[in-house]
Design a protein around this ligand. Structure first.
Ligand SMILES: Cc1cc2nc3c(=O)[nH]c(=O)nc-3n(C[C@H](O)[C@H](O)[C@H](O)COP(=O)(O)OP(=O)(O)OC[C@H]3O[C@@H](n4cnc5c(N)ncnc54)[C@H](O)[C@@H]3O)c2cc1C
Length: 612
């Protein structure tokens, strides 16, 4: 057999002949959620699990390095997918970034570790309870908080850095039992302090005690970083490497092509492994369950390829429909980003991030600190402080009007004409829930990360967009091509009105607070761009549809609301099949998605164990 002893020892498999015929659970996708669930299930040594991962096993500093956070678009560990042209954005097409490696998107993300507010998760429960209290739901804030705690091991920041810039946190919102770490860099820029303080001049802005408190406001958040190694901490390091269990196999460079479903029960999967340009085809059986963890772009693709999805679309692709489930691939959501650039001409707080380039003494010191003991500015990722604010704070004057307009909309008009009535009903329920959230200060719609330089802020992020996109098979080559990803950005025109309020609020933050003393000057969109129509034109030119948080395409919703999975994450109409990844989020959380994915996966593992 063409394998090496080394591979057997580490239990990473890249030769499918080493895969056994059957496992208790077959997990599709060795990413953030897949490895978390696999680790937890194999804590019982009688349980056998195979994880099948399409991507390679990276051995690269580009994955582990924390410096700067997001490593750019050119990583070899992304799928190569371009969105369909976006009609509301001058028909531009955008890269759809998702990780393609052991560790999935957790291996390539920007390492910001945040969770949404309590209302974000209570809303999930409400959608199952006709708008009633979501708090009582297993997926409400109270139901999820134990899993947020379980998902990460929190470590405290260095006291000197903490005191220098007033980092606040409350460890009671965190846990210490996971192999995935939430850590802190050993350096922060001093300019962050006045930039945080300026928010005190804005009515309604709160300063919650911790990023994990479930409350909107301005707060510090850790990074997905192993503080002792000062390296990325992710699903692979936390839930696979170093875990010595012979019951836990991981086949990489291996693509699942189909879920096998017999008599409406998932019995296993077909997959192909690429070894030295040769392709091996295999089938493996799942004695108990097949668990989908392929992410929000590929999980719906795989369901559709296996005959579970909207019948009309499957017919077009020549795929026999086993279960007509109209919600599969619908309800696609991501966080759009809009640049607003305002420079503070008199801001002279140093060192600042530009000094790494401009100031020789500072950059020499930074290099020395890093070389000596991995401390200093090079231990900083994308940043650790941001504002997460609700619409009553962002737009005290207009939010009520926008919420009322949302309730009065003919919601079907903003989905494609052939949308199934159940999916429309789900969209309406979501929009009504979001109209309520728009009136609450504790659902963050807007976020702005701070960097401590004379251009204080990054892009504004739209945390609860109203537009919904889709992921569907490419009917001309369903098996061999990537799915068609359509963000449908700005398809609900109220999104434009909300984004215009974001620009106006970002101006307020720079010009009407203590930052005004630093001589702000607006570079983008520019001081003359003030009317609704000029702002809309700017937004259409500048908006990016994605912060790389694809979600919602196998939504946990009642079936009559276009749902794909129930509250136990089981796919409607098929036994022995669950989804455990970002696809199940019915609405996005008002936060980057990775921490929520870990919490969903931790909870999923308990649900699966409970049924075994
Ligand atoms: C560039 C980037 C930056 C980001 N920054 C942040 C951030 O700073 N903070 C944050 O909280 N979130 C961030 N995110 C989002 C976050 O990382 C994701 O939401 C989360 O990791 C998704 O987890 P998942 O389990 O749903 O999917 P993934 O982790 O993507 O895992 C899916 C896995 O399934 C595999 N797969 C797919 N199809 C198949 C198949 N047919 N057969 C076998 N395997 C398959 C994939 O290769 C992949 O490894 C970022 C994401 C990206 C891409």
């Amino acid at each position: 057999r063409p394998h090496t002893g080394k591979l057997l020892q580490t239990r990473y498999i890249n030769d499918s002949s080493l895969v056994k015929d059957a496992y208790d659970y077959v997990i599709v996708g060795g990413g953030t959620s897949g490895l978390t669930v696999a680790d937890r299930l194999t804590e019982d040594d009688k349980v056998t699990v195979l994880v099948i991962e399409n991507g390679p096993l990276p051995d690269s500093d580009s994955v582990t390095e924390v410096r700067g956070g997001f490593g750019g678009f050119s990583s070899p560990y992304f799928y190569r997918i371009q969105s369909s042209p976006q009609p509301e954005l001058h028909n531009a097409s955008y890269p759809v970034l998702v990780g393609n490696a052991v560790g999935g998107s957790s291996a390539v993300n920007a390492m910001m570790t945040v969770r949404g507010t309590s209302e974000d998760y209570d809303r999930w429960g409400q959608l199952f309870r006709g708008g009633g209290s979501g708090r009582a739901s297993p997926w409400g804030w109270d139901g999820l908080l134990p899993y947020f705690r379980k998902a990460l091991t929190f470590t405290e920041p260095d006291p000197a850095v903490r005191d220098a810039v007033n980092i606040t946190y409350d460890a009671s919102y965190w846990g210490n039992t996971s192999g995935v770490f939430a850590g802190w860099p050993s350096y922060q820029y001093p300019g962050l302090v006045p930039q945080i303080e300026a928010f005190r001049d804005i009515p309604g802005v709160e300063f919650p005690p911790d990023s994990g408190a479930g409350r909107a406001g301005v707060y510090w958040q850790p990074s997905f970083m192993d503080p002792s190694k000062v390296q990325r901490s992710y699903a692979r390091t936390g839930h696979y490497d170093g875990i010595n269990r012979t019951s836990y196999d991981l086949a990489y460079n291996s693509k699942v092509t189909k879920i096998n479903i017999e008599d409406l029960k998932a019995t296993g999967v077909d997959f192909q492994t690429t070894v030295k340009n040769a392709t091996q085809l295999r089938t493996v059986k799942a004695v108990k369950e097949v668990v989908l963890a392929a992410g929000a772009v590929h999980t719906p693709q795989l369901l559709q390829l296996s005959g579970v999805g909207p019948k009309k679309q499957l017919d077009e692709a020549g795929i026999y429909t086993l279960v007509d489930l109209p919600g599969v691939g619908q309800n696609f959501q991501d966080h759009p980003m809009l640049g607003v650039a305002i420079v503070l001409r008199n801001f002279t707080v140093h060192p600042d991030p530009m000094d790494l380039i401009r100031n020789r003494n500072f950059s020499d010191w930074a290099k020395e600190m890093w070389a000596k003991n991995r401390t200093g500015p090079y231990s900083l990722g994308i940043g650790n402080v941001a504002a997460w604010l609700g619409m009553p704070v962002i737009s005290p004057e207009r939010h009520e009007t926008i919420a009322s307009k949302l309730e009065a909309q003919d919601h079907a008009a903003y989905l494609p004409p052939d949308t199934d009535p159940t999916v429309i009903a789900g969209y309406k329920a979501q929009m009504n829930a979001l109209a309520t959230s728009m009136r609450s200060p504790n659902t963050a719609f807007y976020s702005l990360s701070l960097y401590g330089s004379n251009v204080p802020a990054g892009s504004t992020v739209f945390l609860h967009p109203l537009s919904r996109g889709s992921v569907r098979l490419n009917a001309s080559a369903p098996q061999s091509s990537e799915p068609i990803v359509d963000y449908r950005t700005l398809s609900n025109p109220l999104d434009l009105e909300i984004l215009a309020e974001f620009v106006r609020f970002t101006r307020t933050y720079h010009f009407n607070t203590s930052l005004a003393a630093y001589a702000p000057e607006e570079l983008m969109p520019g001081p003359d761009v003030t009317s609704d129509s000029d702002l809309a034109a700017y937004i259409r030119r500048s908006l990016s549809p994605s912060e790389y948080h694809p979600s919602g395409t196998a939504a946990m919703l009642p079936r009559e609301l276009g749902g794909v999975v129930d509250e136990a994450l089981k796919v409607y109409g098929v036994r022995g099949l669950r989804v455990v990844d970002a696809s199940v989020m019915p609405t996005l959380p008002g936060a980057n998605t990775c921490q929520t994915v870990y919490a969903i996966a931790e909870k999923a593992a308990d649900l699966i164990k409970g049924d075994a």
